[in-house]
Write a protein that binds this ligand. Structure first.
Ligand code: GLU
Length: 487
């Protein structure tokens, strides 16, 4: 007996390029990608750019760039190619035309010559009679003869009876009465398809085995199933994913703050943190909140995808991002450094030494909630002189602090910064001077960092090095003895 091999998993993400990559879109791409990677299957990227007025190449670029940044690499698609190329719907016109002709030839679709003006007039007349009525195309052209040389659209002949059924991996069996479907347009006058025909033809030709997308498309699926059946094609599996909503329970929109992947990249979240937060919109694994990319691949399954919509919460997102930055198993030192350097550049610190950043990481990880934040905490190591907080400086770098700073500088010059007992030695020295620890430590902190709070003095000085520390103590003493406007 020959055992058939299971069909390899082929899933796709099919964005319409009418803006940057929305976090909801990224969530959908993620679920497909995880499934492909877990199953050793293929993840296909297809650009649905048939709405030419809304599509732009700039958006395509932004979407590809965001997917790449997230690490959601595609096996077939733009810039990668593949055996079903092209992957832009606007380049696949003949595929849709052939499918539409097949449907016309088999009597399952027809050319419709009704003009926009005629349909608008019918719509207006209906509205005048009954303002609440929903216009349904009256099938005028179903019986009309072909009219060569006149522009037409192609409409699908929806069955008048029966129901269309499919089973959704998340929502279960779904049945829709066919009399709810009007004779919907499948091909425009321009020869470009409407979404449903484009998706069906491409999903079929690209041998997609499972279509996973937002629940907002669940209402399109019966029309797509009708098209598959009319074309005699095998249905893929379907999985519709719950929505990401705002606090009020409405569909997330630009008004709700940062909703594009690019904005989180700019904030300095790591790609893995973004994916970790997004995966929880639909998928869960017990109470676990934090996952590495690899764990997500291992653990992902459709059994753990639920129907409940989730509310987007920027605060929770920030907490996940912080957790990822804290843990070296989630953000390696190398990744941390490469994330922090551009954030330092954005603060005008282009020549930050990556070795210094690396040494400072143990102190930074506990504090920085984003790379942007990390750059703030790293700033004084690289900016010379450091930026002095005016209020703190005025309060702490006062004339009485100057001799303490100078004495500390002289003491420090004699010490080995790497000595383990340095802090204890410092305490005894302060005591021997008859000073309090605070009276010395505070001005030292401000002289070194320009700030009122910082990590431990000796930890910092080890990172900045003795020479820089001594110079800053000297300048701090000068500032303290001649306090002036602190700019
Ligand atoms: N282009 C559609 C969208 O961006 C794709 C829907 C689908 O995955 O079928 O919403």
């Amino acid at each position: 007996m020959v055992l058939g091999r299971a069909m390899p998993v082929r899933v796709r993400f099919a964005p319409s390029p009418s803006g940057s990559l929305h976090i909801g879109g990224a969530r959908t791409a993620l679920f497909n990608w995880l499934w492909a990677r877990k199953q050793g299957g293929q993840f296909i990227l297809r650009v649905e750019d048939t709405d030419q007025e809304r599509s732009s190449l700039e958006s395509v670029r932004a979407i590809l760039d965001a997917l790449r940044w997230l690490g959601l690499d595609w096996d077939e698609g733009p810039e990668v190619g593949g055996k079903f190329a092209p992957y832009f719907q606007s380049d696949r016109k003949q595929h849709y035309r052939l499918a539409a002709e097949q449907l016309i030839d088999s009597g399952k679709a027809y050319r419709c010559y009704c003009t926009k003006e005629e349909l608008d007039a019918q719509r207006a007349a209906l509205k005048a009679r009954d303002p609440k009525a929903q216009f349904v195309y009256p099938k005028t052209c179903r019986e009309r003869r072909d009219q060569p040389d006149r522009p037409f659209v192609v409409r699908f002949k929806s069955p008048d009876t029966g129901a269309t059924e499919f089973s959704d991996l998340v929502f279960g069996p779904i049945s829709t009465p066919n009399n709810q479907q009007q004779d919907f347009v499948i091909l425009r006058q321009s020869g470009l398809p409407l979404y449903n025909l484009g998706a069906v033809v491409d999903d079929h030709e690209m041998e997609i085995t499972l279509v996973a997308r937002g629940r907002d498309h669940i209402g399109n699926t019966p029309q797509q199933v009708l098209l598959y059946q009319a074309l005699g094609w095998k249905l893929p599996e379907f999985a519709h994913l719950p929505m990401m909503l705002n606090k009020k329970g409405e569909k997330l929109s630009k008004r709700d703050g940062a909703v594009s992947v690019g904005e989180y990249r700019a904030k300095g979240y790591t790609p893995a943190a973004v994916l970790n937060y997004l995966v929880r919109f639909g998928w869960s694994y017990g109470d676990q909140e934090i996952f590495s990319r690899q764990q997500l691949i291992e653990l992902f399954s459709w059994d753990n995808v639920g129907k409940s919509d989730g509310k987007f919460d920027e605060k929770k997102f920030a907490d996940v991002a912080f957790e990822h930055l804290k843990r070296p198993d989630l953000t390696s030192d190398a990744d941390y450094v490469s994330g922090a350097l551009p954030a330092l550049s954005a603060r005008g610190l282009d020549s930050a030494d990556d070795q210094v950043v690396r040494t400072a990481l143990p102190l930074i990880r506990e504090r920085a909630r984003s790379f942007e934040d990390a750059a703030y905490h790293l700033d004084f190591y690289f900016r010379d002189p450091p930026e002095f907080d005016p209020k703190v400086t005025q309060k702490i770098l006062v004339p009485e602090a100057a001799p303490k700073l100078l004495a500390f500088r002289d003491w420090l010059a004699q010490q080995d910064l790497a000595a383990p007992e340095l802090e204890a030695a410092f305490k005894s020295w302060v005591e021997a001077q008859g000073w309090s620890l605070k009276d010395v430590a505070q001005p030292v902190r401000v002289a070194l960092t320009g700030r009122g709070t910082s990590p431990g003095l000796f930890e910092m000085m080890q990172i900045m090095g003795k020479e820089l520390a001594l110079a800053r103590l000297q300048r701090g003493a000068e500032r303290a003895s001649a306090p002036g406007p602190t700019s």
